[in-house]
Ligand binder design. Sequence first.
Ligand SMILES: [Zn+2]
Length: 63
Amino acid sequence: MAVQQNKKSRSRKGMRRSHDRIAVPSVIVCTCGSYTLPHRICPTCGKYHQVSYTKPKAESTNV
Ligand SMILES: [Zn+2]
């Protein structure tokens, strides 16, 4: 087991942990009005840049 040679101060610990946060995912508004992730097909309308790739979930459940 690795053992640290010198004590890390509270200040050093805080400086190290200043980057230990969970990144907030960037969110865009689709043309259908719902929030979705960028560079992904919208799960609500199934479109990416106004081109339909998949059937929307609501439409596929009715069929
Ligand atoms: Zn959409």
